[in-house]
Ligand binder design. Structure first.
Ligand code: ME8
Length: 531
């Protein structure tokens, strides 16, 4: 089974910020999770380098668009690496291999009769690179996203016959209820379609920076067509000497925010159909990260700097915080104070502490060896039981409910913490030590524990030792199960923990699927407490 996941390709007219990192981190969670499920995964991110937003920004700085692109694209590439994204390729739309492939596809759209010459008259936002319909305008003919007054444009363009695909799109949405998730975004796309689709400009006469139309080199391609096609073109050259298109198209899943919903959920599938290609498998539309009430953006100074957070706390903490704090699919505020609270309570206390305690008790009471025992039915069952959690998390991730998946995992983290308190293994260890002292002359708890591992040893103890085996096995097994599910979200710390638990496999596994016997070791705190 193949799984191809993408982020939007980001405009190189500014610096990367946490908003971009957010989409990249979310896409990486999907990529890593699907790899853990043994699927054939391809993960693409990159930069959008043509068109008016880039041309205007370069002009403002007095440099060429190419210079601006060459300066900023590597920053986006580094951002992906810093958040530990495992992208298989980084596409730049100024890559001639992309441009050649776009020309081929767009020529096919032309040959198939879906393009005509006309005059565009209407509202245009140069920052969105978007021709706005009347319904999309803000008060006083403004751009609702950038809050700037829009110019009325009149120009001769080539048009893409979007209106001809209205029925195809309606059919696609009817046949594939999960084409766009979450549902409220699907409804938004459907309502856009239901209001009647207008044809859209495919080219613009006054651009200097962009692809020329193969059949009319006087006109440059409207940047969105060039940009959207990256998802398809990259497959043809991402691997030297290999064309991955057959392998990964159309099993493509897009991650993006609601600002570019219309392009992805309406224009993109229509464009593909026009070129005789299949629409992607689906897309998830997430909300905005806000600072206070405002969308985080490159023009706002007051942002969480992902680089700084990563330097201090690591990429895992940033990934966790963003996907946990803001319900994936909704808008939500992020703040430095909110980050610190969650870091302290959930990462350092709930999870880090559970992991440290578990490893410490295994070392202390059982010489580091996970005892042989069965899953405790009390821990396995119930609303926050561990049994079947992996199935539940896979279902949630299949619906791109990333925060839901984290919540499902976290309720089990809390459950395991309660289990430790309820069972008080340190009391059991003491009882075990006492009865060992009375019964068979055993020494320190650690040694008694080690003996308990040896086959054939007569079980003369009070039962405290057996109970301790049960508790320690269940803790180790619970933590292992959770760490496997957390690999996708917090790769570095989860890997370290799994290594410490003596787990070599990264395959998602159910609670109780591994027996005892693994050799564990203590490690420094996964998430050290804040000073
Ligand atoms: O639109 N919260 O590029 P772009 C959440 N080049 N996500 C955010 C965000 C925020 N505050 N700010 C940015 C473009 N994003 C086009 C895309 S794709 C074929 C072409 C993320 O640099 C989010 O994914 O403006 C959003 O959709 C994207 O960055 C917009 O990036």
């Amino acid at each position: 089974m193949s799984f191809y996941v993408t982020t939007p390709i980001y405009y190189v007219n500014g610096e990367p910020h946490l908003g971009h990192a957010y989409s990249t981190m979310a896409a990486d969670v999907l990529a890593r999770h699907h790899r853990q499920r043994g699927e054939d995964v391809f993960f693409l991110t990159g930069t959008d380098e043509h068109g008016e937003p880039v041309e205007l920004a370069a002009a403002r700085e007095g440099i060429s668009p190419r210079e601006l692109a060459d300066r900023n694209a590597p920053k986006f590439e580094r951002m992906a690496a810093r958040v530990e994204a495992t992208n298989d390729f980084f596409i730049r739309t100024s890559d001639p291999r992309h441009m050649d492939r776009v020309s081929e596809v767009i020529q096919r759209v032309y040959d198939n009769g879906h393009v005509y010459e006309g005059v565009y008259e209407g509202w245009y936002c140069p920052r969105c690179a978007d021709f706005k319909t009347e319904r999309e305008l803000g008060p006083g003919n403004t751009c609702p996203i950038h809050e700037i007054a829009l110019e009325r444009e009149r120009e001769e363009n080539w048009f893409f016959r979007l209106s001809a695909f209205e029925d195809d799109l309606k059919r696609l949405y009817a046949e594939r209820p999960e084409f766009v998730v979450p549902e409220h975004r699907r409804n938004e796309a459907l309502s856009f379609i239901a209001h009647g689709l207008q044809d859209v400009s495919l080219s613009r006469p006054n651009l200097n920076w962009g692809l020329r139309l193969p059949w009319d080199p006087e006109q440059r391609m409207y940047v969105w067509f060039d940009a959207l096609l990256n998802y398809y073109t990259a497959l043809s050259f991402a691997r030297e000497g290999e064309d991955l298109s057959e392998r990964f198209w159309p099993s493509c899943f897009h991650v993006l925010a609601k600002d570019i919903l219309k392009f992805h959920a309406v224009i993109w599938p229509a464009l593909l159909l026009a070129a005789g290609l299949e629409p992607p498998r689906g897309m998830v539309i997430h909300g905005y990260l806000l600072m206070g009430e405002r969308k985080m953006s490159k023009s706002l100074g007051d942002v969480i700097d992902p680089g700084e957070v990563i330097d201090r706390f690591g990429a895992d903490a940033l990934r966790f915080y963003c996907l946990r704090e803001v319900s994936f699919g909704q808008d939500g505020s992020v703040s430095a104070a909110g980050f610190e609270t969650r870091y302290e309570t959930e990462l350092a206390n709930d999870w880090g502490n559970l992991a440290s305690r578990t490893l410490a008790m295994l070392a202390r009471y059982r010489g580091g060896v996970v005892p042989e025992a069965a899953p405790d039915p009390e821990l396995a069952s119930g609303d926050d039981g561990l049994e079947g959690l992996e199935v539940r998390v896979c279902e949630l991730i299949d619906r791109a409910e990333l925060s839901g998946a984290l919540e499902a995992i976290w309720s089990r983290v809390r459950r395991l913490n309660r289990y430790v308190e309820e069972r008080s293994p340190w009391v059991l260890a003491k009882q075990e030590g006492e009865s060992a002292g009375e019964g068979d002359g055993g020494g320190a708890p650690g040694e008694a524990g080690r003996e308990a591992q040896q086959p054939g040893r007569p079980r003369t103890r009070s039962g405290a030792g057996d109970q301790l085996d049960v508790v320690l096995y269940n803790l180790a097994e619970g933590v292992r199960t959770l760490a496997l599910l957390l690999v996708a979200f917090m790769p570095a710390s989860s890997e370290r923990l799994l290594d410490a638990l003596g787990e070599d496999s990264r395959e998602i596994a159910g609670f109780g699927s591994r027996g005892g016997g693994a050799m564990t070791e203590r490690i420094p705190p996964l998430f050290p407490k804040l000073d």
